[in-house]
Design a protein around this ligand. Structure first.
Ligand SMILES: Cc1cc2nc3c(=O)[nH]c(=O)nc-3n(C[C@H](O)[C@H](O)[C@H](O)COP(=O)(O)OP(=O)(O)OC[C@H]3O[C@@H](n4cnc5c(N)ncnc54)[C@H](O)[C@@H]3O)c2cc1C
Length: 406
């Protein structure tokens, strides 16, 4: 069977709407908020009402409806395939990140926590948390890559869990209405006891301690959040409360199967923005990009453009595959990591190369290219660094456990 790489019509509606928001709302304010770190972009309020409307009609990406569309896709009948909420979210993210990835990370209801909810929540919880804007809090002062080292605790007391601990580098941590917090219900039981909990941000016992100053995505608020005897209803634990030591880390880790393709989508969006800018400048300079001639036989900048464009295509297709598999309920952990590893590498290569090829212009604030190069770095770090993705892929390909290959 041949592969049909054409997107269905309904997804073009998603792309067009997201592109319009990116071009008309994000791009014009991109530099302004890069220079005014921590200012709240009031323009996002307009976008929030737009997404509310889209969520009502089912046309928005997964985040806009609290993750319900990411969860609901089910193939109809034998052999049917689905292009559902995950695909829609990834396309949405690609377009909006083309506009500005920091602003994209600040879009209400589009938090990484929303995808975490979609990945792990029961149907009842999906209904309850369908209208929240959720950030995701895994990282702690004592660890980043090693997610099994969670030390924040959730202690059952009657009908409530009591959460204690500190989370750092929480994207949208001061703006989101809710936070998905990873905490252990029993440290002695190891990684199987790590569960995720939905916590309202303005709940007693939750304190946003400070915001970070950063290299890139400066418009995005990155918060340190402290939980001090924060009591939440016990059914805010996402998924099953059962601690299955045989199953290990499986439950919460499913979150990454949904979120890594999204981060890959962000990288694809930023990479495309940089490539388009390069193409524009090459066109203006009268440098032709000729796909019929070998690289050695044309302008060096054109040859670089073609090399980067092919890398970009590979990243795009890997990302689409990972999202498609999630929609079709196929295990996609390996492909999710592959998409993120490739796209994270590609966006850093492309944005830095474009800065280089555009010379002083590229380095100056006259264009957005230098900003995209700064923004790109985080896309190869959060939701698992480049090295961690490679490690996961290697384990899967070589059939090794995490104890065997560290
Ligand atoms: C702007 C920003 C936003 C963020 N947003 C969030 C968020 O919303 N929620 C959240 O929970 N976290 C968030 N993070 C945290 C992010 O996920 C972590 O920074 C990331 O997981 C890496 O952890 P670390 O910084 O502690 O690095 P470390 O784990 O200390 O790693 C340092 C270096 O060592 C490498 N390394 C580590 N282990 C291995 C290994 N076994 N083999 C080879 N190399 C290895 C890493 O790849 C990295 O290069 C954010 C971070 C930033 C900077």
């Amino acid at each position: 069977m041949s592969i049909n790489l054409e997107l269905p019509k309904k997804l073009h509606v998603t792309i067009d709407q997201a592109h319009q928001a990116a071009a008309e709302i994000f791009r014009p304010i991109s530099r302004k908020y890069d220079l005014r770190e921590h200012d709240y972009p009031v323009e996002l309020d307009t976008l929030a009402s737009l997404y509310d409307g889209l969520a009502e009609t089912g046309q928005a990406g997964a985040g806009a409806d609290g993750g319900r569309s990411q969860k609901k896709a089910k193939p109809e009948g034998e052999g049917a395939v689905v292009n559902g909420g995950n695909m829609q979210s990834v396309l949405n993210v690609m377009e909006t990140s083309w506009g500005d990835v920091g602003l994209m990370l600040s879009i209400p209801y589009q938090g990484l926590g929303n995808s975490a909810i979609a990945a792990v929540a029961t149907d009842e919880q999906l209904e309850r948390f369908g209208k929240v804007w959720a950030a995701m809090a895994i990282t702690e002062p004592s660890f980043g890559s090693d997610s099994a080292a969670v030390s924040t605790t959730a202690t059952l007391d009657g009908d409530e869990y009591v959460i204690n601990g500190e989370k750092i580098f929480v994207t949208a941590g001061s703006r989101a209405t809710h936070i998905v917090v990873w905490a252990t219900v029993d440290k002695s039981l190891g990684r199987a006891a790590i569960k995720s909990f939905v916590v309202p941000r303005d709940h007693p016992g939750v304190e946003v301690v400070r915001l970070e100053h950063k290299l890139g995505i400066r418009v995005s608020d990155t918060a340190v959040i402290r939980f001090d005897n924060c009591r939440i209803p016990k059914d805010n634990l996402l998924g099953s409360p059962e601690v299955d030591t045989k199953k290990g880390f499986g439950g919460v880790m499913q979150t990454f199967d949904n979120t890594r393709p999204l981060v890959a989508g962000m990288a694809v969006g930023v990479a495309r923005a940089a490539l388009e800018e390069l193409r524009r400048v090459l066109d203006e300079a009268g440098i032709e990009v000729d796909y019929d001639r070998p690289a050695a036989d044309q302008h060096a900048a054109a040859a670089e453009f073609i090399r980067m464009e092919s890398d970009f295509e590979a990243a795009y297709l890997l990302t689409m595959r990972a999202a498609w598999m999630a929609d079709n309920k196929q295990p996609n952990s390996t492909e999710a990591s592959m998409s993120k590893a490739k796209a994270g590498r590609v966006v850093n290569d492309i944005t830095n190369k474009v800065v280089e090829l555009l010379g002083t212009f590229g380095y100056s604030e006259r264009l957005l290219v230098e900003k995209w190069a700064r923004d790109a770095k985080i896309l190869d770090i959060f939701e698992g660094t480049q090295q961690i993705q490679n490690l996961i892929i290697a384990r899967r390909v070589l059939n090794k456990s995490s104890a065997e290959l560290k």
